[in-house]
Ligand binder design. Sequence first.
Ligand SMILES: *[C@@H]1O[C@H](CO)[C@@H](O)[C@H](O)[C@H]1NC(C)=O
Ligand SMILES: *[C@@H]1O[C@H](CO)[C@@H](O)[C@H](O)[C@H]1NC(C)=O
Ligand SMILES: *[C@@H]1O[C@H](CO)[C@@H](O)[C@H](O)[C@H]1NC(C)=O
Ligand SMILES: *[C@@H]1O[C@H](CO)[C@@H](O)[C@H](O)[C@H]1NC(C)=O
Ligand SMILES: *[C@@H]1O[C@H](CO)[C@@H](O)[C@H](O)[C@H]1NC(C)=O
Ligand SMILES: *[C@@H]1O[C@H](CO)[C@@H](O)[C@H](O)[C@H]1NC(C)=O
Ligand SMILES: *[C@@H]1O[C@H](CO)[C@@H](O)[C@H](O)[C@H]1NC(C)=O
Length: 800
Amino acid sequence: MALLHVVVLLVLGLLFLHAPSCSVATDTVTPGNGLAGSSRLVSNNSKFALGFFKMDSKSFNYTNPYTYLGIWFNKVPKLTPLWSANGESPVIDPTSPELAIVGDGNLVIMDGATRSIIWSTRANTTTTDTIAVLQNDGNLVLRSSSNSSNIFWQSFDYPTDNFFAGAKIGWDKVTGLNRRLVSRKNLIDQAPGLYTAELQRNGVGHLVWNSTVEIESTGEWNGQYFSAAPELIGNSDNLTTFRYVNNDREVYFTWILHDQTMIVLSQLDVFGQGLVSIWMDESQDWVTIYKQPVLQCDAYATCGPFTVCNEKNEDPVCNCMKGFSISSPRDWELGNRRDGCTRNTPLRRCRIDDGSNTDLTDKFYAVQQVRLPNDAMKMQAATSEDDCSQVCLGNCSCTAYSYGKGGCSVWHGKLTNVRQRSDGNGEILHIRLAATEVPRAARKNSNAIGIGAAIGASAAAFGLMILGLMIWRRKEKWFARTQLGDIQGSIGILTFRYVDLERATKKFSEKLGGGSFGSVFKGYLSDSFTLAVKRLDGAKQGEKQFRAEVSSVGIIQHINLVKLIGFCCEGVQRLLVYEYMPNHSLDVHLFKASDTVLDWNLRFQIAIGVARGLAYLHTGCRDCIIHCDIKPENILLDASFVPKIADFGMAKILGREFSHAITTMRGTIGYLAPEWISGAPVTSKVDVYSYGMVLFEIVSGRRNSSQEYFNDGDYSAFFPLQVARKLLSGDIGSLVDANLHGIANLDEVERVCRVAGWCIQDSEFDRPTMTEVVQFLEGLSELDMPPVPRLLKAITGGSP
Ligand SMILES: *[C@@H]1O[C@H](CO)[C@@H](O)[C@H](O)[C@H]1NC(C)=O
Ligand SMILES: *[C@@H]1O[C@H](CO)[C@@H](O)[C@H](O)[C@H]1NC(C)=O
Ligand SMILES: *[C@@H]1O[C@H](CO)[C@@H](O)[C@H](O)[C@H]1NC(C)=O
Ligand SMILES: *[C@@H]1O[C@H](CO)[C@@H](O)[C@H](O)[C@H]1NC(C)=O
Ligand SMILES: *[C@@H]1O[C@H](CO)[C@@H](O)[C@H](O)[C@H]1NC(C)=O
Ligand SMILES: *[C@@H]1O[C@H](CO)[C@@H](O)[C@H](O)[C@H]1NC(C)=O
Ligand SMILES: *[C@@H]1O[C@H](CO)[C@@H](O)[C@H](O)[C@H]1NC(C)=O
């Protein structure tokens, strides 16, 4: 009893110690009742706080004199500003600021001593009787005190680097207000940085650098998602929904977080990467679950001019080029590298006035294995390496050249976006330096430097690899503390502990299916969130490779691809965790006597969806992925029968063993293209072939290999052959699954049959690409009658 008493007292004491000025937290500023010092507003749901803050700069050996007014998550002890009011006009020590509502009804930050105004909402208030409220969604609203709909100003209209759930990014077409995300200048300075994410008035999203350079575009909104950024859709789970609106008055993009207890940060960071992080109570830290671009080097000009970005993405990512030094070490350390590096020795003065350009004393230094920046000028006239270097020397603003397959390329002015490749490929970039900066050996013999640099690079790579492994280990331990329940709604890839997956799957008790490489079990994260956990049996791959592959597969997202949520790699255990698909796989609906028959419309939508997913795998993502195992079992259906291709990473993860496994598993009349069987190298056209075979099954509702087709050694009833015949005779209707009772759009049936006929051509060159397939199916382009494949003719012993 006494002990309890002491504890209670202690807790009370601690409370008082921590919040000395804290009366009852309020969410409102009223005239005459402002905010100063460490007092703050707290939204009524306790999720957000508003007050004055100063970023901690201790780890940078730097005294930060800047104070800002901002909003942050009330329960996150690690200060993470979500919005700041006065990024461009900070309060500078030793000024102590106050937040108040002034005479005209505006909200201002003023100097507590002189009362001079540092920042103001500068709204056209129609009444002086205003209040400022920090709402439950994190929006600070200045409004009439008597009428809550009469809003004069709100922080959601002036976002900084965080995309609040419920806020809009886009245009108010009436007032011309453009709400966009702007990165911050550096890790502690809240002034605007160089990256902005915005919608243009036409509704296309853009990432822009320094207001002028368009780095990336989302493509147009096609009704469901941005055509070039399919990952921004939501709806696939119950946790977030994305919404896009384009009408006469406004065009914007927003997202809704359904679980208000989740703390999600959606930010455009100082390096130009967009990230989504979730706060983990367990580990008291942010976990980044989504990053775009994934590689920091893919972020435009992230290292600044005259740097080399290391694609290995390991510390330090940015380095100065040979002969250059960091322009401003403090800015660089704080994450602001816009000034990059500067020359140690200036170039000799160019003499261009007499036109002779005789002062050719600058030298070149060769950087190996480079991914060249794409703003080169092509010099067609220079046909040898020597010519090329002379062209560059002959122009004072030329800073580098490269002579390779594409001929002679030169660069002028600031050289940005030079990247060191991690795969050993790449080209040689010759950077122009004052003669004294180039090592003697390099000047005499350019081969010697080539070899030296290559050896140096691989030794360094080895060092980095070891470092990388150590980081992985550390992360692994740290991840282990995160709990399953916390990861709902993840958009990236996570590591799981085996024990957690064992618990989630109730000791692997509910088997959903099995295959040549493992079994799939149902798992439960919580009442509302279900998983499919695949336990791989035969994967004896190295841990590092397994993880590397998984993480590359994990970032591939498309509405028609099953989402990999995470994996587990402990001892001999290899597990993959996917979203659960309540409607199972396509074969269940096509071939099994289930009570629901897929109507034609659904079948057609499924055919198009699968084609889109495959087209994305083949061409849309960074490294082309060949699925190698397209069949109805690998086409899963979500709650609304949207098809999702499963196992698309298996060939990549399991490599040759896997390919071997499926070749030996199959008969000849299946989904396998002839080149598989002949042992020829496979291309993405093997998927096209298998896809064609699946199309036939979607039409007929029966397996192509079904025994009904093969009575008495007569193979002429083989469905693909029937299709070939009936396409010619025009009797399409009789091909359609009898279970549909003749209810089908025959135009679409014919289109599907023609596409299928082309997909199964013997020669891969005769088959369309998946992108073409999508166009054919959507009716955007026309298709001729497909010839009957020779292989089919052979099977049936001659005439179809
Ligand atoms: C604040 O929240 C409480 C419940 O937590 C509710 O009763 C009250 O009405 C809310 N106040 C406002 C102004 O929304
Ligand atoms: C911090 O900066 C001061 C002066 O700028 C310098 O003398 C000191 O060595 C630095 N300390 C560290 C740990 O970098
Ligand atoms: C405020 O009103 C003035 C005069 O009517 C107008 O020029 C200005 O654009 C308005 N400002 C805002 C923020 O609406
Ligand atoms: C409150 O303000 C809104 C927006 O200005 C206005 O349309 C509405 O008529 C006002 N309501 C009252 C009761 O004044
Ligand atoms: C989403 O939530 C609703 C109600 O909370 C539930 O009925 C529905 O099944 C959920 N959908 C998914 C895909 O989890
Ligand atoms: C951004 O653009 C402006 C003018 O367009 C230019 O003066 C400035 O140097 C650019 N900033 C950087 C970091 O290149
Ligand atoms: C050097 O190159 C720049 C950029 O192409 C060009 O504008 C300039 O005229 C060139 N100078 C000479 C002397 O050729």
